[in-house]
Design a protein around this ligand. Structure first.
Ligand code: 6LW
Length: 495
């Protein structure tokens, strides 16, 4: 099969996948964004549709006050006894939660909480129905915060979240830092424990061990790590945190996170950690082999949102859902946002955003800021964001990184204005260019051409520089008064 890679582009780390009959469902982490936990569906592993989000109601997650970096980490999606299960760590909120749904495109439950100290929970069932949660023992609170206790396992009652047996320590990789992302599989004669180790940056990898029992003892595979890009010039780096599935063609596959850094010796990943896929196979010795991850991006494409109907599941807000700020009725065919006195530096901005999915792109927003201040922004987090803002008859281009603000503005008069943010490959300097991309901030001038107000190095809005675990998200916002948006046009490519 000619599988696209990235499989799910843009900020989509920690993928977990399940096959039910001919259908595949995949979920990824969302951190401080809401709705939480996108569910993507495919029948062929090639074409994916974002069919729902698990967390669409206040009571499901405690993300409202989650610091950047925390929030919703690393789901596992599984199917058992006619029910879809998604287990995840709400790191700054409820802790470990199990959500269930009969239809993953429909409504997910409010979730039950499991009392465990760790992250990256996996859920697996024995033939007799015993349910195991295998997780990474990173301590998230209390006096031991930051301590790492390796891979651990408990037995639980999935319906109530009750822990039925004391925790056990399991095989924790082959010595790399941060053994995490465990997944347990019963294939043939063996129980396989797959983990990530080496940390989620350039040292990331996947290792495996096996046992005759779900709780070990496990024997490490002699060929570990099965996948890593460390020390290579591969275009896809940081590969690790994988989940295994059997494809429609009978071939096995591992979905995992990876990055597409650009630059020279130091390079920068504008889109954060994305979902990739690679073929895998069982060897004669009943070990798993995983192919190195090949880059195979889909062609560039464009889309437009004209706000004539409800917002699709891909729209996100920061620490609140789009439906909590997006007014689609007071000016039909427009999205109206009402500012709360702060801009993109706010912990909880009035912002509706979308993942950037291509290495380079151009985004245009037709905005009416006659009664307020706001505009179009590209955000990594509240400390790293670039924006073009309209209001009080001016358009202001602004780039913000910690401790620095660069801005310039131009008089345009009141009324409708088209704001533009575009990202482009930088011109080479010597051996190449040390940045991921250059971002231009501007507007469409009276003659219809783009009028650039600022051009800024965009390496600061990358996985390697910003503190958050996310990726670039662009969207529209209001700081004060009301700002209405008639349409957004996006065009991206991977050249
Ligand atoms: C994820 C864990 C990790 O839970 O990053 O560094 C966390 N490792 O596997 C957030 O994606």
């Amino acid at each position: 099969m000619n599988l696209p890679n990235p499989l799910i582009p843009g900020f989509n780390p920690d993928p977990s996948i399940v096959r039910v009959g001919e259908d595949y469902y995949l979920a990824t982490s969302t951190f401080e964004y809401l709705p939480g936990l996108p569910v993507y569906h495919s029948r062929d592993l090639v074409t994916w549709t974002h069919i729902s989000n698990v967390a669409v109601r206040d009571e499901q997650l405690g993300v409202v006050n989650a610091p950047t970096n925390l929030g919703v980490w690393a789901p596992t999606i599984r199917f058992h006894d006619g029910l879809f299960h998604l287990i995840v760590t709400d790191t700054a909120g409820r802790g470990t939660c199990i959500f269930t749904a009969t239809d993953p495109a429909g409504e997910w439950s409010d979730g039950v909480v499991v009392d465990l100290e760790g992250i990256d929970p996996d859920l697996a069932w024995d033939e007799d129905g015993t349910a195991y949660i295998t997780y990474s023992g990173l301590v998230l609170s209390g006096p031991d915060i930051g301590a790492h206790r390796g891979i651990e396992q408990i037995v639980v009652d999935v319906a109530t979240g009750e822990v039925l047996e004391p925790k056990r320590s399991l095989w924790s990789g082959d010595g790399g830092m941060f053994p995490e992302a465990p997944h347990l599989y019963h294939v043939g004669e063996h129980w396989y424990l797959m983990v990530a180790e080496g940390g989620t940056e350039r040292g990331h990898s996947i290792s495996i061990a096996r046992s005759h029992s779900p709780h070990g003892p496990f024997t490490s595979c002699p060929d570990n790590p099965l996948v890593t890009a460390r020390g290579t010039a591969r275009p896809v780096q940081c590969t690790g945190h994988g989940d295994l599935v059997e494809g429609p063609d009978g071939q096995w596959y591992v979905v995992m996170l990876g990055t597409r850094p650009r630059g020279m010796v130091r390079s920068f990943s504008a889109l954060g950690r994305e979902t990739f896929i690679s073929p895998a196979r069982w060897t004669r010795d009943e070990w798993l082999e995983i192919d190195p991850v090949e880059l195979n991006p889909r062609d560039g494409f464009g889309w437009s949102e004209d706000f004539d109907g409800p917002l699709g599941p891909e729209w996100m807000g920061v620490r609140r859902r789009p439906d909590q700020v997006a007014d689609l009725t007071s000016r039909p065919g427009w999205l109206t946002l009402t500012g709360e006195g702060e801009g993109m530096g706010a912990f909880r901005p009035v912002f509706v955003g979308h993942r950037q999915e291509h290495q380079t792109c151009e985004i245009r927003a037709v905005v009416d800021a006659s009664h307020g201040v706001g505009g179009l922004a590209v955000r990594y987090d509240e400390e790293f964001h670039y924006e073009v803002e309209a209001g009080a008859g001016r358009v202001t281009a602004r780039a913000v990184i910690p401790g620095f603000v660069r801005e310039s503005s131009v008089e345009v008069g009141d009324g409708q204005v088209t704001l533009v943010i575009s990202s482009a490959v930088p011109a080479a300097k010597g051996l190449g260019h040390p940045s991921s991309d250059m971002v231009s901030l501007g507007l469409i001038g009276a003659d219809g051409s783009v009028r650039v107000l600022e051009e800024v190095d965009a390496r600061y809005l990358s996985n390697e520089v910003a503190a958050s675990f996310t990726g670039r998200v662009f969207g529209v916002y209001a700081s004060t008064g009301t700002v209405s948006v008639d349409r957004i046009d996006y065009r991206g490519d991977n050249s």
